[in-house]
Ligand binder design. Sequence first.
Ligand SMILES: Cc1ncc(COP(=O)(O)O)c(C=O)c1O
Length: 405
Amino acid sequence: MSISQIARSIKTSPTLALNEKFAILKSKGDPVVHLGGGEPKSKAPMDAILAASAHLNTGEIRYAPADGIPALKQAIIRYTEEHYNRKVVPENVMASSGAKQAIMCALHTVLNPQEEVIFPAPYWVSYPEMVKLCQGIPVPAHPEDGSFYPRIQDIEQRVGSYTKAVIINSPNNPTGAMYSAEFIADVVDFCEKKDLYLIMDDIYHRLIFDGRKPINCYDYANDFSENSKLIVINGVSKLYAMTGFRIGWAVASKKIIQAMANIQGHQTSGPSIIMQKAAVGALNGLQSCISNLNVTLENNRNVLLAHLNSFEGVKTTMPEGTFYTFADFSAYEKDSTKLSNFLIDKVQVLTVPGVEFGLEGYLRLSFCGGIKDITQGIERMKWALDLNSPNELYIGDRKLVRDWV
Ligand SMILES: Cc1ncc(COP(=O)(O)O)c(C=O)c1O
């Protein structure tokens, strides 16, 4: 059987594969700890659930406009005004099935075959595959200074005649790094001057700690005309703990949104109306769930980092946002896939190999689960990797005996 070249070039999503692995191990009753997750544990807001159920109860569940129902567009317009101080109109907004589909439609809209998209590394696992799906060429930009904080020179150096777009994700998955306002200003300015599309993936923009304020890319834009190539992506998945509802959106010029909506119309006919109603409920409802989530995540981060910092040989960087940290385990094993598999096999702790995000020797650890997961997970990892630890470890009443050196 022959499958297409594009299909052959696309890797399985390692994070989704890990979720499947977790579900399988859990269903077998294994005491597995998931430090690889990408979603908050809290429940979806009641306003979202009520809004979705009210619509479901009507029994009339129909097609909706491909670019989003008017009520959701209005809620997004209000969100954009409140959090970005930017007034937009419905023609500037497209709702989609998750931020993921919004990014995919944006890339389909702007890329011709062989055109290049630059994004800082480490990067979200899906960017290279999404670019390849559009027949483009992904161009990761590793900061020259080896940090998680790119400078404009790191982007500039990779720009060539085929460069079409830049994707920026801050705070960043997988590092938790929040890029400086200066860097965001530089990128916005640079892309305007070079006439490049700039996709700001702001899915974590308000999940930030230590009293930080979200950075607003529009503050640094000069071009607010119909020619603006700035595309801002957002969604309810992370902020409102609504990953399963699959609602995200894009805000951009009318022309870009029209093209994106045409594509989405043929791909999915737009997101499910029930989920759109839920997103309206969340966006228009009580907002305390976001500050509560931030408090929980900040506390989880502190616990995880305290445990990791007492892990000899592991190098950490304090996350400023998201619910991930990206730690350097190369003192134990340089091959992150091997290390991640070892941790699953020996102590049933799930982590995501750094290589999937473009950096070997690292593991991405999540702190979106409970404190117990964090402390147990790190304790097991220490036991597995530190050969000076006792030869035995109890997981509940299960005794593990080290049979490796
Ligand atoms: C950086 C980044 N962008 C986009 C997404 C996709 O979000 P959604 O679930 O809304 O599709 C994720 C999800 O993990 C992410 O980490």
